[in-house]
Design a protein around this ligand. Structure first.
Ligand code: AP5
Length: 210
């Protein structure tokens, strides 16, 4: 199955895409992760993307379209994939339709105030990439899984989160109508009180694989 995960920053796209990847063995393709890895490695792609990401703006369409097109040609994508954070604009969606056949677009919907709370407390392991919330860390700044240092993403600063939400509303939310018009959209209204396990079950129900 070829899936798209849509939704505002912090709605849980990465969390649930990773769970599906581990349960069903199909790769999660996160353009955000790919761009952050390029920044860490200091590649030309990373150097050009860094200022957009740190400001909470979108990286230019032609850059992300190129990296996704190349990634989807890899062997591990031939039995399906989960696109997490791509497409993010209508031109990206139109480009994608030229080189991929999408089966479903899953939209995770969550209120802005919950997103701000989740993202401002999010910490990411610098080694294994696992994410945690400060409320579950008991004041520790090391990864409960591998013991390495936890860091805050630069774009999880409060002003940048607000900008990312604005960018989402203007540039990405139109994709909800775009995929609805194609009969591919499923929406999960995420309950802010639900655990990640409970939301994951809702995700699988929406995809028809529970
Ligand atoms: P990207 O990395 O894709 O960031 P994002 O879309 O802003 O999404 P996040 O990773 O912040 O959140 P998420 O929805 O994955 O939520 P998560 O599962 O972590 O992109 C970063 C930047 O890269 C962009 O701003 C842009 O500059 C650039 N970029 C990327 N793709 C691009 C594209 N296609 N075009 C142009 N530019 C692009 O969950 C959030 C937190 O909530 C976690 O701590 C998690 O543990 C917690 N959580 C999740 N679910 C639950 C639950 N049910 N209960 C409690 N906590 C939960």
């Amino acid at each position: 199955m070829n899936l798209i995960f849509l939704g505002p920053p912090g709605a849980g796209k990465g969390t649930h895409a990773q769970r599906l990847m581990h349960e069903f063995g199909i790769p999660q393709i996160s353009t955000g992760d790919m761009l952050r890895q390029a920044i860490k490695a200091g590649t030309p792609l990373g150097l050009s993307a860094q200022r957009y990401i740190e400001a909470g703006e979108l990286v230019p369409d032609e850059v992300v379209i190129g990296i996704v097109k190349e990634r989807l040609q890899a062997e591990d994508c031939q039995k399906g994939y989960i696109l997490d954070g791509f497409p993010r604009t209508v031109p990206q969606a139109e480009a994608l339709s030229q080189f991929a056949r999408i089966d479903m677009a899953l939209n995770l919907s969550l209120a802005d105030e919950v997103i701000i709370r989740r993202l401002s407390g999010r910490r990411v392991c610098s080694q294994c990439g696992s994410t945690f919330h400060t409320s579950n860390l008991g004041g520790k700044d090391t990864c409960p899984k591998c013991g390495e240092k936890l860091v805050q993403r630069k774009d999880d600063a409060p002003d940048t989160i607000r900008n990312r939400l604005n960018v989402y509303a203007v540039q990405t939310a139109p994709l909800i109508d775009y995929y609805e018009g194609q009969g591919l959209l499923r929406t999960v209204e995420c309950d802010p009180e639900a655990t990640a396990d409970e939301t994951y079950l809702q995700v699988k129900e929406a995809l028809g694989i529970a």
